[in-house]
Design a protein around this ligand. Structure first.
Ligand SMILES: Cc1ncc(COP(=O)(O)O)c(C=O)c1O
Length: 383
């Protein structure tokens, strides 16, 4: 075993691409914008033929992503939705998918308004309850897709238990690991088959990059996903690959700060008379608190909270000064959204209300500004 094999995840992240450009010794692996590659002779290749099929910068990133999640193959896409869409193309007409009901509205939209037309259906269930998943299984079920913690209510699903159920029924188990990242939660090691990310969020981390990731545990499945990626073509361009490599190097530091600050903000919010509920898995009274500690090493930087009325929620958003009222999450800058009218607007109203995603619910992505400043901004916005 070499010293490199013994490195911690944090060190491996920092070292992505270092020493890979043998010609120059560049520490920051270069961007290769070339769309195509010259062949040495007929029937010979440098290993690169055409950039959609393979690109040196993307390769360094994809190998880094596979290592980060503990999988055999990583694939980088032009957005999280491109990653999910490519993944859904693995399924056929007649197949059925079980999906978390507490999930990103865009995932719901692509399943409901695009794939449904092709006869690929989905059931939305409370995946924090293993019995609910088991009850939704049909002869046609081919996979279970879980977002954990959920979005926006932060419910926690039992990854090991779902993996075991999926194994016993020969189902693919897919985890959207966007909220926690492999620094805090490693679904493939807990039995999932595929991890998906909106790398626009924590992996990118700076609100300046749109990208998505798939990582497969087994090589054969990875090969199938690569076939779909190359065939349908929503690859991440080389400059964005470089930017994502650059961002990954600070992921563990950023996650540490996001977690610390989110916990402090959640505890502070709990004390505020105008706040009627706080959803954060790191709070002792959160239903997923115990489970989180068995399958993750941190609670993440995302939390949601409820105020008394929809009007009050609007006032909070309008009064924010440091925190931006904006979609997205996971960047260094704190962002707040109103899920009912933004990220989750495509979920039918009755369904949203049943879940509790109403217009008095606010979602906060706690950034890495000083926590005192974040709390001060919340204090003046709630006043
Ligand atoms: C949990 C989750 N998964 C997937 C996506 C889709 O990713 P993207 O916006 O990069 O297409 C999002 C976007 O907000 C998300 O929050």
């Amino acid at each position: 075993m070499t010293q490199k094999d013994k490195l911690t995840l944090e060190s491996r992240l920092v070292q992505i691409g270092v020493g890979r450009d043998e010609q120059t010794g560049a520490i920051s692996f270069p961007i290769y914008p070339s769309a195509t590659y010259r062949h040495p002779a007929v029937g010979e290749s440098t290993g690169y033929d055409y950039t959609r099929s393979g690109n040196p910068t993307r390769q360094v990133l994809e190998e880094g992503l596979a290592e980060l999640e503990g999988g055999s193959r990583g694939l980088a896409f032009s957005s999280g939705m491109a990653a999910l869409t490519t993944l859904f193309l693995h399924f056929s007409s007649g197949d059925h998918l079980i999906v978390s009901e507490d999930l990103y509205g865009g995932t719901y939209r692509v399943l409901d308004q695009v794939f449904e037309k092709f006869g690929f259906s989905a059931s939305y269930v409370d995946t924090t309850c293993i019995e609910a998943i088991a009850a939704a299984l049909t002869e046609q079920t081919k996979a279970v897709l879980v977002e954990t913690p959920g979005n926006p209510l932060l419910g926690v699903a039992d990854i090991k238990a779902i993996a075991s159920l999926c194994r016993s029924r020969d189902l693919l188990f897919i985890v959207d690991n966007t909220f926690l990242t492999p620094i805090l939660q490693r679904p493939l090691e807990l039995g999932a088959d595929i991890v998906i990310h909106s790398a626009t969020k924590y992996l990118g981390g700076h609100n300046d990059l749109c990208s998505g990731v798939l990582v497969a545990r087994e090589a054969e499945l990875g090969e199938r996903l690569y076939f779909l990626q190359n065939t349908t073509g929503a690859v991440l361009p080389p400059k964005e690959c470089w930017l994502l490599i650059r961002s990954l190097k600070t992921l563990s530091l950023r996650m540490e700060r996001h977690c610390e600050s989110a916990l402090q903000v959640a505890r502070w919010l709990q004390q505020q008379p105008k706040v009627t509920a706080v959803y954060y898995p790191g709070l002792e009274d959160h239903p997923g608190y115990e489970l989180s500690q068995t399958q993750a090493t941190g609670f993440g930087g995302m939390l949601s909270f409820r105020v008394e009325t929809a009007e009050q929620a609007c006032r909070v958003l309008e009064k924010l000064q440091l925190i931006s009222f904006a979609e997205s999450l996971g960047g260094v800058e704190s962002l707040m959204t109103l899920p009912a009218v933004q990220t989750h607007a495509d979920i039918p109203e009755a369904e949203r209300l049943r879940l509790g995603v109403c217009e008095s619910l606010l979602r906060l992505s706690v950034g890495i500004e000083s926590v005192e400043d974040i709390i001060a901004d919340l204090e003046q916005a709630l006043s």
